[in-house]
Design a protein around this ligand. Sequence first.
Ligand code: ADP
Length: 524
Amino acid sequence: MDRKANGRTIGLQVKGVLVLTFIVLIAISSGGWLYYMVTARMLRANDVHEAERLARALAVAAAPNMVGGKLQAVRKLTVAALDHPNVHHVCVVDRRGGVIMTAGGRGPDIPAVGLASERPTLSYDIQRGENFLEMGRPIIAPGRTGQARLVGGVRMLVDTRATARILAGVQEEMGLSAALVLVCAIPLGLLLVWRVVGLPVGRLVRATRRLSEGDFSARVETHRNDEIGELACSFNTMAERLNASQQQLRLANESLERKVAERTGELERANRRLRHEMDEKEDFLRAVSHDLSAPLRNIAGMATMISMKYAPALPEEVQTRLERIQANVASETDLIAELLELSRIRTRPQRRQRVDFGELLNELAGSFEYELKQKQIELIVHQPMPVLHVARNRMRQVLQNLVDNAIKYMDRATGGRIEVRHEEREGMHRFSVSDNGPGIRPEEQDRIFYIFGRAASARSANLPGRGVGLASVRSIAQTYDGWAWVESAEGAGSTFHVTLDAKRTAAPGEEEAAAPAAAGAEAG
Ligand code: ADP
């Protein structure tokens, strides 16, 4: 990460220097080229001007001699023209182009150059190769009528190597100064790029790194008003906002933690209070049931004793009443026992074990065989049934209650049918017991799951019952994070459903991490 960031910084500086060098190079070369071109043009123009001046001077000097036929004087003038250091070759021709005098040399380094023009009448200048310039000028003299007339021509080859040397020197000097400028520009450029880009960007990179590592106090000092200054200001604003949000988050977190701690404390206190109250309720129920059972047993004992001791002397009506007392006492004792058991379902969970529901239902079918046969009811258990890790007695209590009710409330003389099903969906085991009995009115379907809740039809039909069974069924389902309810319509049978959370019914090794608290309570 660090090396990457450093690499990027160096790269940026090198790129800046390269760009700067490139710009300096372009500026130097285009300026130099312009300077060279202007200089060359000026020197060449000067050459032409000088050559023209020489040719014109010779033409003017030779003109009267040409008219007067003094060819010897013309020849002398021609040779004298060679005295000029730049004049390499001179030729004077007559009106028809015939050579009067040609003079000049050819050194070992001088190429063989001739005078090209065949037309002495014309003024011309021709660049001959790199180093020579040929200049042609007419020799004009006044005629008899006073009109100017052409009498011959001067052709002159002027050496321009001095100009070429000057230009070569200019090129050399320009190269040297360009190299000098570059040598100075590179370190200067480096310094400039480092000051302008490298240094502030480096500061920004370091501050960004600190921020990313969680140091929200990171800031970049800046007094610049360019884009980098703007970037640094934006960074500082962003860091300040982040810092503020971080503070708010921390405060919110602390207050949340405080609230959670408070709520947890409240919950723990409520839990303790609840457990205490439940223990108290259980003690109370035990005491009440004991206190009620004792006199009830006493009454039953007295009634039995009276009927046995005075049986022959007692009129039949008294005998019957004594028997009714005994039956009522037995019924109340059972009710007290059932209520006590109901209160213990949630407070005293039983040990869990592996239960095969197929076997359990077989066993139940056997125990109900007599009633089923008597009422001609068919009991169908749909396979497969699961094997769960549950409290066997509680499960037996659930299924027994449901099948018992289905048999008890069956109003058909023949064709009665009870079906038991199991399915697992959305993490819940669902057991369903359906019958084709009388059904339950919608407004009574919830009430029957409360203690002493009985349907009006059951009461009017005078069927025995205390309204505790379904309350126990729902209570047992709740200990497995499940529920119990009924789907029914009057005259269309009923289906009772009981669900158990799959996590709470799995073998200890297969339970998920969420289950241990509940499993612990269950095992206790
Ligand atoms: P109990 O059967 O002792 O009255 P339960 O709690 O088992 O008490 O049942 C509550 C009431 O629900 C019953 O009194 C009855 O009215 C109704 N009930 C239960 N099962 C059935 C059923 N299979 N068909 C019709 N009604 C039923």
